[in-house]
Design a protein. Structure first.
Length: 105
């Protein structure tokens, strides 16, 4: 049973997608679409899809490092996130603290 739970969590976290968004890669409906809108400099937008477990938290950190820029504003579009575990919540809190500390210096 424990092995099945571990394999389930691993499979779910592997199916989680984190993609950088702009007006050219928009896939959401027209209500909150980025199409025809300009994203200002210093703003990064990421779309999270799936479950935000420990593996997804690592994916988010990797995606932010890959962008090679420290954004002034980070927007996480989490409309398609199915579930968040404690590790995912900790990753979001750490991200918030990192940006809050950078803004205060």
């Amino acid at each position: 049973m424990v092995l099945a739970a571990i394999l389930f969590i691993k499979r779910i976290s592997e199916s989680t997608q984190i993609t950088s968004m702009d007006e050219a890669t928009e896939t959401e409906g027209s209500q909150d679409s980025l199409v025809g809108k300009t994203i200002p400099d210093g703003v990064l937008v990421y779309r999270l899809f799936g479950a935000f477990f420990f593996g997804a938290a690592d994916k988010l950190e990797t995606a932010l490092k890959r962008s090679r820029q420290e954004p002034d504003i980070l927007i996480l579009r989490m409309r398609q996130v199915l579930a968040v575990d404690a590790t995912g919540l900790n990753a979001l809190e750490d991200l918030y603290e990192k940006f809050a500390n950078a803004a205060s210096t």
